[in-house]
Design a protein around this ligand. Structure first.
Ligand SMILES: [Zn+2]
Length: 372
């Protein structure tokens, strides 16, 4: 089970936990509960990359999810307040200095970003997504039900910009992916992408880091190494708490791997302390859990049943009515806060903001955060 980045076999265990349900953004009330699969993350001691070891059962389950409508269950780019905010961030951090004439987007269920590039003057716009119902062409944007690869039904010159937002962490063979990106990019073309920034999560023991869908747990270090090995030179990298925004250009030079990486060998002990904090906080009375994310799915799968009566809510209205770990995800507005003995805030990155919102809303009870 070698390293997915360098092929090395000096590995250390970062996470080994009991099998849990696959997180698909919440499942419908009548639907069967998702399959349970193993939870493993390893770090390569040769290059520092953090990854989920290859597993054919997990690969097969993920392929089925990506080809189904479940793949579109999460908040789409440009849709709703949160989706629009995220799209603006992507555009400001991933647009090339010169507006591109041609754009190919990998993983483009709704073409929102392609339309924005069209407004800026791009005339050739192609989006690919295996979860689309079929191929379609609408007002100059071509959407293909396809997985990105070397053989696509496209004619014409190469693209000025290839865009991939929150896609690469799902791709097991990133070397092949980057070879294919080189093939479809024009000589001066730019590859712009964002992936989850796992650095702080790994340092903090954040349960949110693990997701069956994610083969790679990227950090600035591993992105630099990946690009250098595959003939891309980094043009700009922006680090945010939750995402890395990367712009790279095709280069003929394959450079050496960067050295000196952080070893995340204390992740497991920090995670254990976080799970203990959750168990203590949810030990009695009415417990409101805020954040119906993969982090909560992991926590509910990894801790023993807690003594409190759990109510789950989230800021994303698209999740209301679905279920997570057996619990319905409720509309925040329908939960009487005065009946709650404690509120447990799940996300690490925005814990302080969420706690302040509950305090401002007049809640006088205890609020527990999982961040150490
Ligand atoms: Zn490696």
């Amino acid at each position: 089970m070698p390293c997915l980045l360098c092929g090395g076999d000096h590995l250390c265990d970062i996470l080994t936990m009991p099998d849990i349900e696959v997180f698909v953004g919440g499942y419908a009330p009548g639907a069967a509960r998702p399959d349970k699969l193993p939870c493993r993350i390893r770090q390569c001691l040769d290059c520092g990359h953090v990854f989920q070891p290859a597993d054919p059962v997990i690969s097969k389950t993920m392929d089925a999810i990506y080809n189904s409508v479940i793949a579109q269950a999460s908040t789409a780019t440009g849709v709703g307040q949160w989706g629009r905010k995220r799209a603006e961030r992507m555009l400001s951090l991933l647009s090339p200095p010169t507006p591109p004439r041609s754009v190919l987007e990998i993983g483009s269920p709704n073409a929102y970003l392609l339309r924005r590039f069209q407004e800026q003057g791009a005339t050739r716009l192609v989006g690919l997504d295996p979860s689309l119902p079929g191929n379609e062409e609408h007002e100059g944007v071509q959407l293909l039900k396809a997985v990105f690869g070397p053989d696509l039904p496209l004619s014409g010159p190469s693209f000025d910009l290839i865009l991939a937002c929150n896609v690469f962490e799902h791709i097991e063979n990133m070397h092949q992916m980057l070879r294919d990106c080189r093939k479809w990019l024009a000589d001066e073309g730019m590859l712009s992408f964002c992936v989850p920034n796992c650095e702080q999560q790994l340092v903090n023991g954040d349960p949110a880091v693990f997701m069956h869908e994610h083969w790679h747990y990227f950090t600035e270090h591993s992105i630099r190494a990946l690009l250098a090995r595959n003939g891309f030179s980094l043009w700009h990298l922006e680090k945010e708490a939750d995402n890395l925004y990367v712009q790279a250009v095709k280069s003929d030079v394959v450079t050496a791997l960067p050295l000196d990486f952080i070893l995340y060998d204390d992740y497991r002990s920090k995670l254990s302390r976080c799970l203990e904090r959750f168990t203590v906080a949810a030990s009695g009375g009415n417990v409101l859990i805020h954040g119906a994310s993969n982090s909560l799915n992991n926590i509910l799968g990894w801790v023993e049943p807690v003594a409190g009566k759990l109510f789950v809510t989230d800021n994303d209205p698209q999740k209301y009515g679905k279920r997570i770990g057996g619990f319905p995800i409720r509309d925040k507005a329908g939960i009487p806060l005065t009946d709650m003995d404690v509120i447990v805030v799940i996300p690490y990155a925005y814990a302080a903001t969420i706690r302040n919102e509950y305090e401002r809303s007049g809640y006088k009870g205890r609020i527990a955060v999982l961040v150490a």
